[in-house]
Design a protein around this ligand. Sequence first.
Ligand SMILES: [Zn+2]
Length: 197
Amino acid sequence: MWNSRWKGKRIPLGSEWGKCLLCNRWSFMPICSHCFRELETPPKLHPAGYFYFYRYEEIALLLKYKYHPLGSGPLKLLARATFGNFPKFYKSEKIYSIPIDPVPERGFSHTAIFATALPFPSIFGLYATGQVKYAGRSKEFRLNNPRNFIYTGKRGIKGILVDDLITTGTTFREATTVLEQAGVEVLFGVFLATDQI
Ligand SMILES: [Zn+2]
């Protein structure tokens, strides 16, 4: 089943065990070592002050693996190729990665997978109580329909917010406010992809 493209190549979705999802060549892993090296990329600093790895168009297809029948395997490799390259710094300080709304869907949470790939311990305590879906909605809709986050994790720490995608930044700002009210100093956000470039 060939139905989309990655870096100009046609790629199979719904690949079988034993084949690379991106090039369809024989591989023990869902993404072969050659394609894994192509995916690897260092974090980049966005002018708005957060870190990202890809432009949204570059990674839109791979994000569909959130729902891939092979489960979390491809996402874990993608997380390792990106978030896993984040530099470890401030060794003496207690810094935690905090995924935004790490609720498992179909058995795993993509934000939890990305957060745990960073070289910091993770805290799962930031959840959205609103049932609003933001995909494809305007900035105005997002501002009028806050996610209503609650935070139940450790206080008095420094945190790095993690999500798969940043668009308008509304979610990031709302999450930051809730964390700071709970005594967490938010250093910055790290996102797999941005569509703001
Ligand atoms: Zn491959």
